[in-house]
Write a protein of this length. Structure first.
Length: 246
């Protein structure tokens, strides 16, 4: 929702800046409309085009890296859950309780909205998996080794869980967004300077403002992979539930 509001505000600023300079150009004094002034404005506009392109490229690269990293860690987390279940199965009926709690935990994670949110219920269920796992006792050396392996996988799953939870709440620094919006606003203001006021120019300017705003909206949404129109699939966790139920 925040990204959408930011995109709408950017669209209003960009379109308004261009339309405002179109409207006031005819009212300016003659020396403000001279060829020398127009040449200087075009030179400055070239710089305005370069800097926003660099900033947008940096933001896109950062958002894409965040999206890919969270997706990779989500798959690793789901794999750890499956491996934990596979480590518990050879321990026999005594491991039924940890397995049951593990299944309840994964099902709860799928019910969390978004799934990256560490709700109180899911945290409690994950702690219960560890508690029930620690309470197991075995005399057989082979089962003790398997039990230690399961505890190691559990610790790895917990670590991976918090890794992708923290990564999924990515955001861009507000000063960076403000600088980008400032550059884009000035760029559109220079584009509107001395531009002819006709339907073609107006529609092109509005369309450009809309497309740039939409691009920024998608970049902001990519930095939060579990919300908005660009979301990671929960298929890895669904597959984990299917494997644990077998």
């Amino acid at each position: 929702m925040v990204a959408f509001i930011v995109a709408v505000l950017i669209f209003i600023l960009l379109g308004g800046a261009a339309l405002a300079t179109m409207a006031i150009h005819a009212r300016l004094a003659d020396h403000h409309r001279s060829d020398e002034t127009n040449t200087s404005v075009r030179l400055v506009a070239t710089l305005f085009v370069t800097m926003p392109s660099l900033l947008l490229g940096l933001m896109m690269n950062s958002a894409a890296n965040t999206y890919v990293a969270v997706d990779r860690n989500l798959h690793v987390f789901a794999t750890d859950l499956i491996l934990l279940d596979r480590s518990l199965r050879p321990l026999g009926p005594s491991a039924d309780e940890p397995r049951k709690r593990l299944l309840a935990y994964v099902e709860q994670v799928l019910n969390d909205v978004p799934i990256s949110r560490a709700s109180a219920v899911s945290e409690r269920l994950l702690d219960e998996v560890g508690t029930s796992l620690r309470e197991l006792r075995f005399d057989d050396e082979q089962k003790v080794a398997l039990w230690n392996d399961a505890r190691s996988v559990y610790r790895q799953a917990v670590q991976q869980r918090w890794t992708f939870v923290e990564q999924s709440d990515g955001s861009f620094p507000s000063p960076l967004i403000c600088i980008l919006v400032g550059w884009l606003t000035l760029m559109f203001a220079t584009l509107g300077f001395r531009a002819p006021r006709n339907a073609v120019v107006l529609s092109t300017t509005v369309a450009a403002a809309a497309l740039i705003s939409a691009a920024i909206y998608l970049i902001l949404e990519m930095s939060t992979p579990f919300s908005g129109p660009i979301q990671l699939s929960d298929r890895p966790l669904v597959r984990a539930v299917e494997e644990i139920r077998r």
